[in-house]
Design a binder for this molecule. Structure first.
Ligand code: IVH
Length: 661
């Protein structure tokens, strides 16, 4: 029997060790199947000897029976809330108040993320998790021990032997954004209720009456502080307590950081703010705490809030609003994409009234109806996106249009494409307008002054009907236009004149062949050095070229098979668009080289790239040991440093120009 008990304890030890590596440290040592094998052995022995089961055995995570109601339990020390600030000034005022009240320097601070989850209080007695409770009103919470035990990152027994007789550990239970999305997707597929946010989903999971339901939810935890504890434990600082938690096998966050003063905290707040969108879990701010626990005691409390800590809240990046309608926009290559029209709402200090919906599949996935309340998210400065439907509206479902909203042509949908298309090409006004805007853009002929509004105006007035008409524009009708005088008409004509001198890759790019951007244009320019050669090319020949896939080959051939496209390309040349021979008749002198561009250069980056690609080089975004050359412009930073470290050949602007010429 003694042998069996000791074997059993060894297996449990091993399981605890591996679960800690996997769930807490995110650094597993054994495969899932090895772990499962060990776990099965534990279940087998415990099955035959139920009297040997202990409450901290890894088998006891999902043991609790369903309950009718949660019991109340008093926390040994109250769970406090935090004062808030939202600006640097408010934060500074808090710091000053601390110093004034204390009448001495408050010492260093600790910054950490403010997790947007559910606070829990875990009581460990002699290292064993004996109860877990929600925050409740801060004094009395609800007992959710069986549910919390199902969270694999919560140790049932603390790892070290050197633990306090008893200790309350506080943490935030959360679910990752990815797991939350996956849960809602499957709930939607099964017709179940959806959660509105990851936080809401974690809270709902913890309040399940049946712990086997909680066990199915991918919950995790970050432990962020210690509550009441026995006298045998006397940490000196918050950071020391965090380190102890880590030693005891509790999951602590990687971004907990000591800051020596207020300025360092402000810097931390900015840095974490920049990373916020990329984090796998939701945070809504930063918690700043006085590090020294003696100083914390001296500062004390204000009603339910400690004076020694404050939450800096980030502006919300999520907002909910009503979806009024969905409109369909036609892009330059005929792709028809849905755009949501919203009741205007502030997101991240910006008023938002439109949001992208990508494609019809996305609309169906979200189950959107007109009048639905939707949750918006703005990540960085990209166009906001609809994350989910919070409340399904009364209005009609959004159905895909059958006809092009611009020209009325019947839309098509490729076999494996989620995207609807208008096949009318340039006879569709929307496609024509977007094609002209693209033609004038920086990566094509770069005609200054031909922005969206100007293009729209010229098309409406009938002064242009296709790209090449731009080069036939005369001064008189231009001067007559609204918001255009003698002077601006002349500068527009000058810009048009200047744009005639271009490069061959840019010219190809400006033709607007579907799926062909700057890089492919440069490759085509390299292999087919004259326009006539390009017009005459067939699919087989194109497929022989490196980096030209079948769809692209087909796109090129189909484009030039249309007479109007051939005529338009030739007309551009007839009207004076030209490029230096040197880029038209190119070589493959740089074949096999891998270049990285960094720093500021006087030529646009796209041009540098085209020059290199046209000579057979590849251009990559980051320096590695495969990089052969680095073009370093002004103010080059870390890429240059890395290149120097790796001994890669570095060229400055004049060396680069010599090479190209
Ligand atoms: S410390 C007195 N640290 O914020 C100290 N709380 O508004 C209070 N929270 O209920 C707790 N992340 O749920 C602390 N890193 C963190 C936190 C954090 C999230 C939550 C916690 C608490 C609420 C207070």
């Amino acid at each position: 029997m003694q042998q069996l008990i000791s074997d059993l304890e060894k297996i449990r030890e091993a399981l605890r060790y591996h679960a800690h590596r996997y769930y807490v440290l995110d650094d597993p040592e054994v495969s899932d199947s090895e772990y499962d094998e060990l776990y099965d052995r534990l279940l087998a022995i415990e099955g035959e000897n139920p009297e040997l089961i202990t409450p901290d055995s890894p088998s006891q995570r999902v043991g609790g029976a369903p309950i009718d109601a949660f019991q109340s339990v008093e926390h040994r020390a109250p769970m406090l809330s935090l004062g808030k600030c939202t600006t640097e000034e408010e934060f500074d005022a808090w710091l000053r108040r601390c110093s004034t009240e204390l009448d001495r320097d408050i010492g260093s601070l600790v910054c950490e993320p403010k997790f947007d989850g559910v606070a829990v209080n875990l009581l460990y007695e002699n290292g064993i998790l004996t109860r877990a409770a929600t925050r409740g009103d801060g004094t009395v919470g609800e007992l959710i021990t069986a549910n919390v035990k199902t969270i694999s990152a919560v140790p049932l027994r603390l790892l070290s032997d050197n633990v306090p007789e008893w200790v309350e550990i506080r943490g935030e239970v959360y679910i990752t954004i990815e797991d939350f999305d996956a849960y809602n997707r499957s709930a939607a597929a099964n017709g179940e209720r959806l959660f509105v946010s990851p936080r809401n989903s974690a809270a709902g999971s913890l309040r399940q009456k049946d712990p086997t339901m909680t066990a199915k939810r991918p919950l995790s935890i970050y432990c962020y502080s210690i509550g009441a504890h026995s006298d045998d434990y006397q940490p000196q600082s918050h950071l020391e307590a965090i380190n102890d938690l880590h030693k005891w096998g509790c999951r602590v966050n990687e971004f907990v950081e000591r800051c020596e003063n207020g300025a360092a905290c402000v810097d931390y707040i900015a840095r974490l703010g920049e990373r916020r969108d990329g984090l796998p879990y939701e945070i809504d701010g930063v918690v700043i705490k006085v590090d020294d626990l003696g100083t914390q005691r001296d500062l004390g409390f204000y009603i339910r809030q400690p004076r020694w800590a404050i939450a800096f809240k980030y502006p919300p990046v999520d907002a909910s609003t009503t979806l009024l309608d969905v409109e369909y926009q036609v892009g330059r290559t005929g792709a028809v994409t849905p755009v949501a029209r919203l009741d205007p709402v502030q997101v991240d200090r910006v008023t938002v009234s439109n949001a992208t919906l990508h494609n019809q599949d996305e609309i169906e996935r979200l189950g959107i109806r007109r009048g639905s309340k939707v949750l918006l998210r703005r990540a960085g400065d990209v166009i906001p996106k609809i994350v989910r439907v919070v409340e399904v509206g009364e209005g009609a479902l959004i159905e895909a249009p059958e006809l092009c909203p611009s020209c009325g042509t019947k839309l098509t949908r490729g076999e494996d494409e989620a995207i609807l298309r208008c096949p009318a090409q340039l006879s569709c006004p929307a496609q024509l307008q977007n094609a002209v805007i693209y033609f004038c853009s920086r990566e094509c002929l770069d005609i200054k002054g031909m922005g969206t509004q100007r293009v729209e105006q010229l098309l409406k007035k009938g002064l242009i009907k296709r790209n090449s008409d731009i080069f036939t524009l005369k001064k008189e009708p231009l001067v007559e236009l609204e918001r255009m005088g003698e002077k601006s008409a002349q500068s527009l004509l000058d810009a048009i004149e200047n744009a005639k001198e271009t490069t061959y890759p840019r010219f190809i790019n400006s033709l607007g062949i579907r799926n062909i951007g700057e890089d492919t244009s440069a490759i085509l320019a390299d292999r087919f050095p004259t326009l006539e050669a390009l017009i005459a090319v067939d699919v087989e020949t194109l497929l022989e070229v490196d980096n030209i896939a079948e769809t692209i080959a087909l796109n090129v051939v189909e484009f030039f098979a249309i007479e109007a496209n051939r005529d338009e390309a030739r007309r551009l040349v007839e009207l004076g668009v030209h490029w230096p021979e040197s880029t038209a008749s190119v070589d493959s002198s740089l074949e096999g080289q891998i270049w990285v561009l960094t720093g500021k250069t006087s030529r646009p980056r796209t041009e540098v790239k085209s020059l290199l690609v046209a000579r057979g080089a590849k251009v990559s975004g980051s320096v590695s040991k495969n990089t052969t050359h680095v073009f370093a412009g002004e103010n080059a930073g870390s890429k240059l440093a890395k290149a120097e470290e790796l001994g890669i050949r570095i060229l400055d602007e004049s060396e680069f120009n010599d090479l190209i010429e």
